[in-house]
Write a protein that binds this ligand. Structure first.
Ligand SMILES: Nc1nc2c(c(=O)[nH]1)N[C@H]1C(S)=C(S)[C@@H](COP(=O)(O)OP(=O)(O)OC[C@H]3O[C@@H](n4cnc5c(=O)[nH]c(N)nc54)[C@H](O)[C@@H]3O)O[C@H]1N2
Ligand SMILES: Nc1nc2c(c(=O)[nH]1)N[C@H]1C(S)=C(S)[C@@H](COP(=O)(O)OP(=O)(O)OC[C@H]3O[C@@H](n4cnc5c(=O)[nH]c(N)nc54)[C@H](O)[C@@H]3O)O[C@H]1N2
Ligand SMILES: [Mo]
Length: 763
């Protein structure tokens, strides 16, 4: 970490999201990478039909794109991938692994693109180059000595459908499905909860629904930083007079105001569009109660309408025909006490009434949400409350209405579609058996939390990561580092150096791959890959930039190399032919999933992508009851621990200058924080109560009730507009503070949005 007083400037940011500020934001990060003309070309083609799909987020790619269909953070991600800096064997000869392990995350990745396959040499404490065939042979030999059921094959949500399909198949042919992916750390709560409640694990809406809705309710998602292209959609909604009601402990600038960089009038006059028409600063985990309050008001308004013989407020026809357990939920809502609702949500009754008024007037309502909902111990209950809220007025399964989770990684949703899952019920076991003639495993594999447990306990025998920085992204960082360094073998398929590469186990390899922006030439010529966005639309993507090095292999080639080194040959799985021509992989995907991927190759470049379909969007409920299900919450706050004197809820956040553990820089423009990530954003009253002042240094310590000491020191007290009792700070630096067992109960997503902590004042 780095926090020199002279570099730090913390002020209130007064600009809108987008606008010239986004241009300056790009200008600060992009040149550091010394990008060549390939960057401009990649940006020109970004997110357009037959173009290249941005690696930064999973927002939809419109059929009729803007001239520049990219955003500030997409441009940073592109420049970061197409950096002209290189991490070569000479770089590794110069720097020992112990030295590199001390470098900040930013400096490691900023060093440039990895160029050669590398193997860790313990005698010199250095990574040394190793030819590809030797690397595959040695990795294969070592993995074959492991119990496959004790090896993890992790996948970051960036990998394409083609690579992910091959990777999942490799795992299952090896007899295991320890296939955690990024989803286990973000929207798994959605995948489990939406599936239970409405029978579909994903958004029921598509991009066009935003043209038809008349209200949007947004919870716990930071649009300006994490899905900036969505701001154009929101601006169009506002131009039509759509009400946008936001629930977020922090006043995130993207939800407040947006200057459209594509709009010459706004750009030259300094104009901006107000996005949120109401902004409610809930406490961390307070959404259950906020939604319960709204539902209570709506149900009671309907009770009154019935008594008076007025037009009903609820959609009774829908409730009777399509849902179950409404009466249980309604009874719970009617009985809920306002004192509890206001205390747990942190909102006044007036505020909740204002939100309920919008809901009752609107005919078509979309719910948008992100990590502020899913990363809580009772995240599932928050999610169920979103569904309950929508169901009351029939807002699922018709135009302009429905749940719209905003996914994280550009293909995180697609990976699950093509078999990256530890859950047998989600794997196409019968089709795999029939087509490829092997016996797929049926024992549940390890998810992220289970993989961490096994690493910490020393029972995991090997870890392969297809992208990602697993060690840094997961909770319980101190114990994870110890466990990681004892792993018998780690293999990282990566574009850039990160911390997960620098605590080598007994054997350790880094296998450098092509990025999505780069030209991928194989035997049959230039290849395309594909991904699925948050609306279940699937697109092809063609990289054109010159590869960072001649020695790089594509991800499909590396996965095939590993599979061939580990598995006995199977004539039904032609790894080499697949690497030579990815359309054959797509054909195999189509064979395994004929409903979703019919004519996959023919439809690859359909403008706007092709839709894989969603039964809940047509009110076909593939749930246990065959109906959409109401669920009564188990708790009134999602945090999963009680308030106690001196206990705070820590919210771990992304800055505007990072992509997950990739730290582009030390500024968080929209939050007015410059030159540091070592902050504890605190409510002014809390600061005063603790006898502190803005700028003081404190430590945070875990207040989990398991007796384990977890501390992060040297954080700068930063007065911030955040509810009392909550503290905001940056991930991954604060991952030391999260107990592994502090996760969403059913989905096992680490609960990084309400971590129990105490403030320690250095004496
Ligand atoms: N530029 C950029 N883009 C990204 C990423 C990135 O790191 N950088 N990461 C990608 C990935 S993998 C993901 S998963 C997504 C993540 O995108 P988001 O879902 O936006 O995730 P976070 O940045 O963690 O922010 C969560 C938001 O929830 C709010 N919040 C916290 N707790 C609560 C709560 O209890 N209730 C409510 N209502 N709100 C709460 C926070 O204030 C914050 O605004 O973005 C993707 N896109
Ligand atoms: N406390 C806390 N912890 C969190 C979160 C939080 O909000 N709070 N968020 C969680 C979430 S939602 C997520 S998704 C995780 C993700 O966290 P990470 O694992 O950090 O996410 P990635 O962006 O997948 O990984 C970045 C690495 O991927 C590699 N990479 C980049 N491009 C490519 C490529 O094209 N191919 C390959 N093979 N490798 C590539 C680079 O080497 C880079 O170092 O973090 C989770 N951890
Ligand atoms: Mo994510």
């Amino acid at each position: 970490m780095r926090d020199e007083d002279k570099d730090v400037k913390i002020t209130e940011y007064t600009g809108a999201a987008g606008g010239w500020g986004s241009m300056r934001g790009m200008a600060q990060v992009v040149p550091k990478e010394r990008p060549g003309p390939d960057v401009l070309d990649a940006l020109r083609r970004q997110n357009k039909p037959e173009g290249v799909m941005c690696v930064s987020c999973a927002w939809g790619k419109p059929a009729k794109p803007h001239i520049a269909e990219f955003c500030e953070n997409g441009a940073k991600a592109t420049a970061w991938e197409l950096s002209n800096l290189r991490v070569t064997p000479e770089f590794f000869a110069k720097h020992s692994v112990s030295e590199l392990a001390e470098w900040p995350d930013h400096d490691l990745e900023q060093a440039g693109r990895l160029t050669h396959p590398m193997k860790y040499d313990r005698a010199t404490d250095r990574y040394v180059a190793v030819p590809w065939d030797e690397a595959f042979a040695a990795i294969g030999a070592r993995l074959k000595r492991c119990d496959p059921k004790r090896v993890v094959l992790y996948a970051s949500g960036r990998a394409s459908l083609e690579t992910s399909f091959m990777y999942g198949l490799f795992a299952r042919m090896w007899g295991q499905q320890n296939l955690p992916d990024s989803s286990n750390m973000c929207h798994e709560t959605t995948s489990v909860g939406l599936k239970n409640a409405i029978g579909s694990p994903v958004a029921t809406i598509q991009m066009e629904d935003y043209e038809k809705c008349d209200a949007i309710f947004a919870f716990g998602q930071n649009v300006g930083t994490n899905a900036p292209r969505m701001l154009h959609t929101l601006k169009s909604c506002r131009d039509r007079g759509v009400e946008i009601v936001v629930f977020n402990p922090l006043r995130e600038r993207g939800w407040e105001r947006f200057t459209d960089p594509q709009n010459p009038v706004q750009m030259t006059t300094g104009g901006s569009t107000t996005i949120a028409t109401q902004y409610h600063q809930v406490r961390a985990g307070g959404d259950i109660s906020a939604l319960l309050g709204i539902c209570k008001l709506v149900i009671e308004a309907d009770d009154r309408a019935r008594a008076l013989g007025n037009e009903r407020v609820l959609d009774h026809h829908f409730l009777e025909q399509h849902t179950t357990r409404f009466e249980d939920f309604a009874a719970f809502a009617r009985a809920a006490k306002w004192d509890d609702i206001t205390r747990e949500s942190g909102l006044t009754r007036d505020a909740i009434e204002a939100a309920a008024q919008v809901y009752m007037k609107a005919k078509r309502v979309i719910v948008v949400y992100g990590m502020g909902i899913t990363q809580h111990r009772y995240g599932m209950d928050s999610l169920y409350m979103l569904v309950n809220f929508l169901l009351l007025r029939g807002n699922i399964g018709r135009e302009g209405a429905g749940p719209g989770p905003v996914r994280g990684h550009s293909n995180v949703q697609g990976q699950r579609t093509v078999g990256i899952t530890e859950k047998t019920e989600l794997a196409p076991v019968d089709r795999l058996k029939e087509l490829f003639e092997f016996e797929p495993p049926i024992e549940k594999g390890w998810d992220t939390v289970e993989s961490c447990r096994q690493i910490i306990d020393g029972t995991c025998e090997g870890f392969v990561q297809l992208g990602g920085n697993f060690l840094r992204a997961t909770p319980e960082h101190a114990k994870m580092k110890e466990g990681w360094a004892k792993l018998p073998i780690t293999v990282s398929i990566a574009t850039k150096l990160n911390k997960s590469h620098l605590y080598p186990g007994e054997e350790s390899y880094i296998l450098p791959c092509l990025g999505r922006m780069e030209r991928d030439m194989q035997e049959s010529g230039r290849q395309a890959v594909s991904m699925e966005d948050s609306f279940s639309h699937i697109y092809g993507s063609v990289g054109k930039a010159s590869p960072a090095s001649d020695t790089l292999l594509s991800e499909p080639a590396i996965v095939a190399g590993l599979a061939k080194a580990v598995l006995p040959p199977n004539p039904n799985v032609p790894w080499d032919a697949w690497v030579g021509d990815y359309s054959l992989v797509r054909k195999a995907i189509e064979d395994v999933y004929p409903d979703k991927f019919a004519n996959f190759n023919e439809r690859l470049f359909e403008p706007g992508g092709f839709w894989k379909g969603n039964p809940a969007a047509h009110r076909q409920w593939e749930t246990e009851s065959g109906k959409a299900e109401f669920n009564t919450p188990r708790a009134l706050n999602a945090a999963g621990f009680d308030d106690a004197d001196g206990r705070f809820r820590l919210i771990t956040l992304r800055s505007n200058d990072q992509f997950n553990t990739t730290v582009y820089g030390y500024d968080d423009r929209f939050r007015g924080i410059k030159g540091t990530r070592q902050v504890a954003m605190m409510n002014a009253a809390d600061i005063a109560r603790l006898g502190l002042k803005d700028g003081d240094r404190i430590a945070l310590e875990s207040d989990a009730e398991d007796g384990v000491e977890r501390v992060v020191g040297d954080l700068r007290v930063t007065a911030y507009d955040i509810p009392a009792g909550c503290i905001g700070g940056y991930y991954p630096e604060l991952n030391y503070l999260i107990a592994l067992e502090h996760h969403a109960l059913e989905s096992h997503v680490p609960a990084g949005k309400s971590v129990p902590v105490r403030v320690r004042v250095p004496s």
